[in-house]
Design a binder for this molecule. Structure first.
Ligand code: UTP
Length: 464
């Protein structure tokens, strides 16, 4: 290909994007083919439209906003049994989204490879995988573990699982699939950004890309063919998540909910979590940056925040609902703009631009929670923050590795205390393979105590 295809040149010219052909003559054959392929996958008119919306849209809040009704914070024995039954019968699969670029944490590796175990140094991936393994053992059924990656995280994530023998999971139990990408554009210009001459700057299309990626990869229909009815969804950055909490699954199943969400109760209006709200009988999440300060700070007569249902991004989705959402029009999960600082190649200057503390680019992302209003039946369960939510977002300060490690130590210390063991302030960590919750730990410790007691009473013994 000596010159760019005429049709492409014309399309670029029409949308004022010809600058992406900068340096064409210096590109080799493969680079040229790759650039043409990248451009073929982009709907320039849609991009132009999205950028125009960024400039004009002021308020995307639903017109009616009510606090979301919360169901009971504890689960009944029946609910738990129902969830356990679904796990035993292979009706549940797990979806971990791990395609993010972890810009705030500033690591070069995928966030899942970040060591978070306070004592063991176990990574987020290891902790999550061991929870899936422990559940598979407990319910004697290999739980399918789907991991969504992006071009930024795919190869290192696969290699990491391979090197670590899938943390004891069967190779066939772990299924990777890649989410789509979207081009980033200049914040002031709407023009496509280049990573280098001949190479567009693309970024993962948001965790909301999970639905279409599941469908496009064939996994959605494969899971349904295998009898999977519910998908437990969580994000890579939360080491405390109770993966496939049986009571949560049971309530979701028993109420025929299509989308169920856990929430943590917000006490600080400025806390950076999305808030679940009800709007005309449907459930929605308002991003923290979009909730007007007066609504974020509004209080009930009792003093608690009116909009206090903070989202830790823990959901269960019914597969039939996922299928319905993926079959809807593309804009049923809209692209939302995110202003970011992005290093890129500037063809006008012929050099790389490093942003200096100011957002210079717009990325477009889909959010998983934009699917919630499509659920006809839904439910919301409050969960204790200390038991289930310690996200790692920043390198230091709030929501950082330090706060997550401290939360893990505090929780595991509490579990041990419930089982009658005093750690006297020493840091402890409980592997998911020993226990997934306080009850399991207490049972195991009790069983060991009874065993040791019997041994001691029945003659001389060396205790090993
Ligand atoms: P965040 O929105 O917190 O993004 O993702 P991030 O990549 O972890 O961090 P920043 O914003 O760049 O600092 C929440 C969850 O959604 C996943 C992330 O991997 C994380 O589990 N995610 C995010 C995706 O899977 N794909 C995306 O395109 C974006």
């Amino acid at each position: 290909m000596s010159t760019p295809p005429a049709e492409l040149r014309e399309r670029l010219r029409r949308h004022h994007q010809d600058h992406v052909l900068y340096g064409w003559d210096q590109l080799d054959h493969t680079q040229r083919a790759q650039l043409v392929e990248q451009l073929a996958a982009i709907d320039l008119a849609e991009l132009e439209n999205l950028y125009r919306q960024v400039l004009t849209t002021k308020n995307t809040l639903p017109d009616s906003l009510e606090p979301v009704p919360l169901t009971a914070p504890t689960f009944t024995a029946e609910e738990k049994a129902r969830g356990e039954d679904a796990l035993r019968q292979g009706q549940v699969a797990v979806l971990l989204v791990a395609g993010g670029q972890a810009t705030r944490l500033k690591t070069s590796e995928p966030k899942g490879m970040f060591p978070v175990g306070a004592v063991s140094g176990a990574t987020l991936y290891q902790i999550h995988a061991e929870k899936v393994l422990a559940l598979s053992r407990r319910y004697r059924r290999p739980l399918l573990f789907l991991i969504m990656t992006s071009p930024a995280t795919d190869a290192p994530t696969r290699a990491y699982f391979e090197e670590n023998n899938y943390f004891g999971l069967a190779r066939t139990q772990v299924r990777f699939f890649q989410q789509g990408t979207m081009p980033a554009v200049g914040a002031d210009t709407g023009q496509l950004l280049l990573a280098a001459p001949g190479k567009l700057l693309l970024s993962p299309n948001g965790h909301g890309g999970a639905f279409t990626a599941l469908a496009d990869s064939g996994l959605l229909s494969e899971l349904m063919d295998r009898g999977v009815e519910h998908l437990f969804y969580f994000q890579v950055d939360n080491p405390l998540v109770k993966v496939c909490d049986p009571g949560f699954l049971g309530r979701h199943i028993a109420t025929a909910a299509e989308a169920s969400s856990k929430v943590v109760i917000k006490t600080d209006p400025a806390e950076k979590v999305g808030v679940l709200v009800a709007s005309r009988g449907r459930c929605a999440i308002i991003e923290y940056s979009l909730l007007p300060p007066e609504l974020a700070a509004a209080r009930e007569a009792g003093g608690e925040l009116r909009f206090r249902a903070g989202s830790p991004a823990i959901h269960v989705f019914r597969m039939t609902y996922l299928q319905r959402v993926t079959e809807m029009a593309a804009d049923s999960l809209p692209y939302r703009p995110a202003f970011k600082e992005v290093e890129h190649f500037d063809p006008q200057r012929g050099d790389v631009v490093k942003p200096a503390g100011q957002a210079n680019a717009v990325k477009f992302e889909r959010f998983i929670f934009d699917a919630l209003p499509h659920a006809e039946r839904w439910l919301v369960v409050p969960t204790a923050r200390a038991e289930e939510f310690a996200p790692i977002k920043n390198a230091h300060g709030p929501d950082s590795p330090e706060t997550a490690r401290a939360a893990m130590i505090a929780l595991h210390t509490q579990w041990l205390a419930q089982a009658g063991i005093d750690t006297r302030g020493h840091p402890v960590e409980i592997s998911p393979l020993l226990a997934l919750d306080a009850e399991e730990l207490a049972e195991k410790i009790h069983a060991q105590t009874v065993l040791l007691q019997e041994k001691v009473l029945h003659g001389p013994h060396v205790l090993r």
